[in-house]
Design a protein. Sequence first.
Length: 439
Amino acid sequence: MASAGVSNSALADRVRQVARHNGTALHCTHVDVKRWLDGAVPRPATAQYIATALSQRAGRRVSVEEIGMAGVPQIGAVLDAGLSYPADGLAAAGLIYDLTQHELADDTQALVSPASPAAWSETALTWLLSRPGRFREQAGNARVSMGDVAAIRATSDMFVKLDFQYGGGHARSALAQYFAHDVRPLLKGHYTESVGRALFSVAAEITQLLGWTAYDIGRHGLAQRYQIQALRLAQEAGDVLMCGRMLADMSHQANYLGNSSQAVQLARAAQEGAGKQASATTRAMFYAMEARGHASAGDELACSQALAQAERQFAQRDTASDPEWMAYFSAEELAGEAAHCFRDLRRPDLTQEFVTQAELCGPEYARTLAFIRLVHAAAWLHAGEPIRAAELATEAVSLADGLKSARYQRYVRDLWRDLTPYATVPDIRAFGELITNLD
């Protein structure tokens, strides 16, 4: 760019012209150029447009190799590899990096890729039957310390708070950039076994959040692939509890996508795999995920048994033994899981019983509160009180303004679908008008 004498804006304009000449309406600005300079890798066709644009301005041939965009892994190969369980943690980190690059480049194939139900079962079985190998110390150029690990954990905590408060769509690009440019280079650095295990564990936390936020905004194929690779990072770290958490996340997503039997299997794999190493709170969460799967399948007895196990485990909790990332799983959170179960089972009496406690969670959990209020509204509808349901739903939508979550939007759409038989009632019609432009 310097030798061609172009600014970010000028290059963006030239790239658009080249793309248009090749029959492509490419929307790029100086912001995209800044991302490319920061390391984001565009699609192969766009990389060629950039090289051509620079060639025209520089008066000589500029190749994709010269601009550092050669050998970009094709998205099809990356998506296929992302469903596999890598041989080691560094291979998983490389796959995560490739996924972030295609996501940051707004690669449509990556963004709309579907989840593969078969991959959940294969991943769980592979992990359960695996035998941890000896941790290999690394001797890369950058020396990594526990201070670096602490910095990543603090950054992870910040992103977690943003996710709870504003939804998975908020600051997501920054999270992907953070893994690509701050976390992955450290994984290739120089560290001892103790530092390395801690580093892989916290890298798994960041990747877990990449998967969770992708799931929250409806990028299900990417979410599943991040989850699988996060599981491999956690295994490299020897962090059995984080491995269990990843299986619980997979269970949550499988259930959301209508795969209730796999949701149950994944939750049970978390229970078996984590075993006695899991804290009581963590075990309670695993049983709650199992209960959600049973509820979706309409099995009230199995759901009630799993919830009873979750409550027994939670009653034995010792927060001092919990990993830091379990701090969110409070009595209110457990009540919320139970409320979801009984909503799905169409038991409004029990739903409302648990909703009362679930709604006591703090305002920092804005998305959770939005979900619970809509579950509460559904309970009133199931109890034959559609006007009360619409009133609560209207309040929930008003309080959740600015929440960037496809899951939240689905809760609203599902409730409205059930309310449409009463759409001529003024209060209910007003709710329908309120959500018309929900995005």
